[in-house]
Design a protein around this ligand. Structure first.
Ligand SMILES: Nc1ncnc2c1ncn2[C@@H]1O[C@H](COP(=O)(O)OP(=O)(O)OP(=O)(O)O)[C@@H](O)[C@H]1O
Ligand SMILES: [Mg+2]
Length: 500
């Protein structure tokens, strides 16, 4: 006869009628049948007063179930039968095959889902611990930083660069910012974070020019005008190089364009490369001379300032706060800007090369034929320049300086008349000359721009004419130096200041 029906433990059984009592006693004398995984037919039989056992335990991240029979001695007052932790759960039951159900560990806690691996469990334990550590660390660092700032306030160190937050105080003008920086002793550029902060708060106003590497905009920063040269991402190297040169230690000079900031802004699609500098509303010397004629005095101021800027660029300053010698390699009237004061500044240093006299090393491979063809020195045009000698690059700059002086001096009135503005060699080569066009005129025919006879009647123009010729020698070594040019012009300027 198949056993069936529920049977409560002896102490919990209800009272039965006499007939049934006998039957029940017979049942009580027999054991229970239970599910047993490791037994034949997956079935076992308990002794009298035994129970079916069902348990589940977390072993190596997996739930292992055990189903078997429990003898009365094993039950030990049913102590075995209870347990409900997230790693082990047991139960005993008292009807046939009552352990044929699946036990689950902690089904009420969704955070530890059944079937989680040790990794997930570890994560649940570790993540909150790590967060707690991070919060503690942050608190310690903040306290430390606060203490450092206080210490700095109490003991100012002149060697230390100024605090970025102090630099960026809202009432500071660009000039003051740059002055603070010079006072800090680094003299090579604003801290990168300050540069980025400035660049990102500039509001672009209008395009003011277009060159080989992109557009130049007038922008506003805290109400002040700034110039923003925007390079396309494919010209990243030019952007980087120009920013690098402008930040050469000790480069700042009243006749070199004042660099403010470089920034590379990624909008997710492309990178915008900005170079921010002082804005000069007159624009380039080329623009200025096209628009205006200049008095002899104004011409001397412009010429002297260009010569001073170039002399500073070419000069090497020895020492820890020294400056390497720099050759411009693209000097021309479009790369010189006119300040409100009437002075000029040299701009566009992207092609410049620096020289270290101790190691005799130039900082970039000297590709000699760069720059603007019209302004190339004869030795560049006919490829005879000694590129291993840094002096060669300075001498090529001097040749171009002579051409700029010629453009400038033509706009001075002499005897009541002056010449139209013209580019050098305007009457000898086509408008966009090739190297070959230039070489024929400058090297083969040895032509130079013509110096008008009337210049002899004005001392300043006579001296300027002489300087030009000495800048244009075919023999580069015979050319004047920038320092010599500067001294000669300043002497003329002093003489001019003496009233007749
Ligand atoms: N800081 C500045 N302030 C005012 N105008 C500027 C400034 N920088 C550049 N410009 C104007 O923008 C123009 C374009 O300058 P950019 O240097 O890009 O080209 P370019 O000198 O004309 O030609 P190239 O690419 O051959 O150097 C200049 O000619 C000048 O008129
Ligand atoms: Mg330029």
């Amino acid at each position: 006869m198949a056993r069936h029906g529920a049977r409560a433990p002896a102490h919990a059984r209800p009272a039965l009628g006499p007939g049934l009592l006998l039957l029940s006693l017979a049942h009580l004398c027999a054991g229970l049948k239970c599910v047993c995984q490791l037994c034949a037919n997956n079935t076992c039989e308990t002794g009298v007063d035994g129970a079916c056992w069902n348990s589940v335990t977390l072993i190596d991240g997996r739930e292992e179930a055990v189903k078997s029979c429990l003898s009365p001695s094993q039950m030990k007052g049913q102590v075995f039968c209870y347990g409900s932790r997230n790693v082990s759960k047991r139960s005993c039951c008292f009807t046939d095959f009552c352990n044929n159900e699946t036990l689950r560990l902690q089904p009420e806690r969704p955070a530890v889902e059944p079937g989680w691996g040790s990794l997930e469990v570890a994560a649940v334990v570790l993540v909150p611990s790590c967060l707690l550590c991070a919060v503690v660390l942050l608190a310690v660092c903040t306290a430390q930083g606060q203490r450092c700032r206080l210490a700095r306030l109490h003991r100012p160190d002149p060697e230390e660069p100024p605090d970025d937050r102090n630099l960026m105080s809202p009432d500071k003008s660009l000039q003051e910012l740059i002055c603070d920086l010079s006072a800090s002793g680094s003299g090579s550029g604003l801290p990168l974070l300050v540069q980025r902060t400035i660049a990102r708060s500039i509001v672009l106003q209008e395009v003011i020019g277009k060159g080989r590497y992109g557009e130049v905009w007038r922008g506003k920063w805290r109400g002040e005008d700034v110039a923003v040269k925007i390079f396309s991402s494919r010209d990243e190297r030019s952007w980087f190089r120009e920013a690098e040169i402008y930040q050469t230690i000790m480069l700042r000079h009243e006749n070199i364009l004042g660099f403010i900031a470089a920034d590379n802004k990624d909008n997710g699609v492309w990178t915008q490369l900005w170079l921010v500098s002082e804005y000069h509303e007159h624009g380039s010397l080329f623009d200025y001379l096209n628009r205006y004629t200049v008095s002899v005095e104004a011409m001397l101021v412009l010429a002297l300032s260009v010569a001073s800027g170039l002399a500073h660029l070419h000069m090497e300053i020895i020492g820890t706060q020294g400056k390497p010698a720099i050759a411009h390699r693209d000097l021309k009237s479009k790369n010189i800007l006119v300040k409100k004061s009437g002075m000029a500044v040299i701009a566009d240093l992207g092609l410049a090369v620096k020289h270290d006299s101790v190691t005799n090393i130039m900082d970039i491979p000297a590709n000699h034929r760069v720059g603007t063809k019209r302004y190339m020195a004869p030795e560049i045009l006919d490829d005879t320049m000694n590129t291993s000698n840094f002096e060669s690059f300075k001498r090529a700059d001097i040749y171009a300086l002579g051409l700029v002086f010629w453009e400038l001096a033509r706009r001075c009135p002499v005897g009541g008349s002056y010449e139209d503005y013209q580019l050098p060699y305007y009457d000898m080569v086509p408008s966009d000359p090739s190297v070959e066009d230039m070489r024929k005129v400058v090297c083969d025919q040895k032509f130079r721009p013509s110096i008008p006879n009337q210049w002899q009647s004005c001392e300043a123009l006579r001296v300027m004419g002489k300087i030009m010729r000495e800048c244009w020698y075919g023999n580069a070594a015979a050319r004047l130096t920038a320092l010599r040019v500067k001294k000669t012009i300043s002497q003329v300027a002093v003489v001019k200041d003496i009233p007749d």
